[in-house]
Write a protein that binds this ligand. Sequence first.
Ligand code: NAD
Length: 279
Amino acid sequence: MELLDGKALSVQLIDSVKDEAEKLKPTLAVILVGENPASLTYVKNKKKACEHAGIEYKEINLPDTISQEDLLKEVNNLNEDSDVNGFIIQMPLPDQISVPEIIRAIDPKKDVDGFHAYNLGKMFLSPDFEDLPPATPSGIVKLLDYYNIPIRGQEVVVVGHSNHVGKPIGTMMLNRNATVTTCHIYTKDLASHTKQADILIVAVGKINLITEDMVKDGVVIVDVGINRTDEGKLCGDVDFENVSKKASFITPVPGGVGPMTIAALILNTISAAKRQASN
Ligand code: NAD
């Protein structure tokens, strides 16, 4: 078994864009609503990555009582701010906020999380149109490519069908000619699907959802889930200790997909700034 070391690769990828960042001097803005502890950690890591890359970082902190209208105003301010090349809105957002409406309001040229329908639609067409692909799926593809894991013709099973992880990673795998099965909460017999996987990508948010009897020998495991045990330890959706004995490759949690998501965000910020500079 070999670890898919997202932490090491993310440092390498961020290093690789430092020169471009120095020329472009891009700015990434992050809207943070409220003080969700997990969000505070994610945002801190994004800030650190920007500092490492040489990207200007701007944080807009808003109260969790904010109205839809006021949040839309903040999004519009960033759309119009010519000093900001890309921005994200840290999820989750409080219940009074309509997330689809907020995402729809982002200028697709600055949508460095790759959540807007325009960027998702382009990604849907072919890998050649992945200008601002969704960050987590993009990070996963980069990780598999770096370790020379073949995708074409492979049975890829995705567990989870969210708009920002499960659905787009399935599409990106399909565009690379994998045979893709997407499972979710209503899938009747999850194990019957996961056992077929050459590559199993799990994005659910449930500790130990995938156990060793649910995978075949030699499987490649990409664990997107981020959970906390009762003892406060971070872990994924896969029973790492036992599944790793059967896997050929596996991502650790932490240190796998998380840092790759941040690297993809940094690369998207550079792409957005480059495109804006050339227009
Ligand atoms: P989500 O809540 O939007 O979607 C969860 C998905 O899991 C849904 O498709 C649902 O149908 C499916 N599901 C729920 N229970 C299931 C079950 N018992 N069997 C099969 N499918 C089931 O989640 P999300 O936003 O896509 O995130 C999923 C996980 O990935 C979370 O733990 C989240 O924290 C993590 N995440 C990590 C990163 C990263 O960078 N590492 C990025 C995004 C999300």
